[in-house]
Design a protein around this ligand. Structure first.
Ligand SMILES: *Cc1c(COP(=O)(O)O)cnc(C)c1O
Length: 380
């Protein structure tokens, strides 16, 4: 019996040929593949600007830097996410405030957000919602609240390229399209929809932030005469801000372009797998995800009382599930900053029961049946 992981990348001969082509070209980094990837990704999402970066964490850091997060600034996020969604606030010296999730969608509970903001309207600078598992946050509703309290929004859309919600006018709003959030970020880690090994993308409709992030991505160095104090010659450049080297390489970007051309197919296959799970688990004593046509199904999370029992049982069948996530505020680092277990009861209760079962486009029908049979055997 082969091993079935909870998620995995899909690399084709076309992907390999695309990478090989770059390796034989003049540019391994800072070449033409970067711009091509950015342009095509922006088209896929339906956003004005896209900036390719080294990984999703670098994307988050560039966003908090560009928005000017500094010591004393408070930023809200969810405890049910990967640690990086919160850490990017700490990188800039800001304070993270976690807010509990909704028990059905597992996304930030907007009522709880508003309660916090009402209590201390001047304390907060921004909010980082996460399209957890691929379920789109309703950013129209969130922006309504954010505007009232003058907050920026960074959408962590790592789980949701191709995901969307439908706004109050009935219009489809793609995750990361920048119509409600100031900035959005994606990751191309191999478990995500599009894989470049390491890699990330920032999307926005705001020209000011786009230009600032381009500068910060490459050390804060510019060769653009309109941004420099003088021009000494063809070699001349100026470092005008303290930036980083957060670039993606052309090798990775070429892989990204090739992967992106199959993103629609991969997403369709994920949706098929999800509806098959839903059908198979209908009569079992399990909680399955909310069925939503805009769900991008990065993860398929079920909830079960005896989660550890099921996790261990599936391992004996070579099915390797995962838990997303251990609530970030319970991590020793955040506990050292004063957070305590019990602070986010809904997130913590969710954590006790959640299990991400295999979900990736190349999961075969037979493999999915093996997962379904094993889960069904255990639950019955
Ligand atoms: C993967 C992920 C990140 C970080 O992306 P990396 O590319 O691994 O740095 C951030 N947020 C969420 C929600 C993620 O799933």
């Amino acid at each position: 019996m082969n091993n079935i992981p909870y998620g995995r990348q899909h690399i084709t001969e076309e992907d390999i040929a695309a990478v090989t082509k770059v390796l034989k070209s003049d540019f391994l980094t800072q070449g033409p593949s970067i711009e091509e990837f950015e342009k095509k990704f922006a088209e896929y999402i339906g956003v004005k600007y896209a900036i390719a970066v080294a990984n999703g964490t670098a994307a988050l850091h560039l966003c908090t830097m560009a928005l000017g997060v500094k010591e004393g600034d408070k930023v809200l996020t969810t405890p049910i996410t990967f640690a990086a969604s919160a850490n990017c606030v700490k990188y800039c010296g800001g304070d993270v405030d976690f807010s509990d999730i909704d028990s059905k969608s597992y996304l930030l509970d907007l009522n709880k957000i508003e309660d916090k903001l009402k209590k201390s309207p001047d304390k907060y600078k921004g909010i980082i919602p996460v399209d957890f598992a691929g379920a789109a946050v309703n950013l129209e509703s969130l922006k309504y609240i954010a505007d009232k309290y003058n907050l920026w929004i960074i959408e962590d859309a790592c789980h949701a390229p191709g995901g969307f919600f439908t706004d109050s006018k009935g219009i489809q709003q793609n995750c990361g399209n920048g119509n409600f959030a100031d900035l959005a970020i994606f990751s191309f880690h191999p478990v995500k929809h599009i894989a470049t090994g390491e890699g990330g993308m920032i999307t926005t409709n705001r020209k000011d932030l786009y230009e600032k992030i381009l500068l910060l991505r490459t050390h804060g160095i510019t060769k653009n005469p309109s941004q420099m104090s003088k021009v000494d010659g063809g070699w001349y450049y100026e470092m005008t801000e303290l930036g980083y080297n957060y670039r993606l390489s052309d090798i990775q970007a070429a892989l990204g372009v090739s992967q992106l051309s199959r993103a629609g197919l991969g997403l369709a296959r994920r949706k098929e797998i999800a509806s098959e799970y839903e059908r198979a688990f209908k009569n079992l004593n399990l909680i399955t995800p909310i069925n939503d046509k805009g769900h991008a199904y990065h993860l398929y999370v079920i909830q079960i009382e005896d989660r550890k029992g099921l996790y261990d049982y599936l391992r004996t069948k070579n099915i390797f599930c995962q838990v997303h996530y251990i609530p970030v505020h319970t991590m020793p680092y955040y506990q050292s900053l004063g957070w305590k277990k019990g602070a986010m009861p809904i997130a913590e209760n969710y954590y006790e029961k959640c299990l991400s079962i295999p979900m990736y486009p190349t999961l075969t029908k037979e493999e999915q049946q093996r997962v379904i049979d094993a889960v069904t055997e255990y639950v019955k």
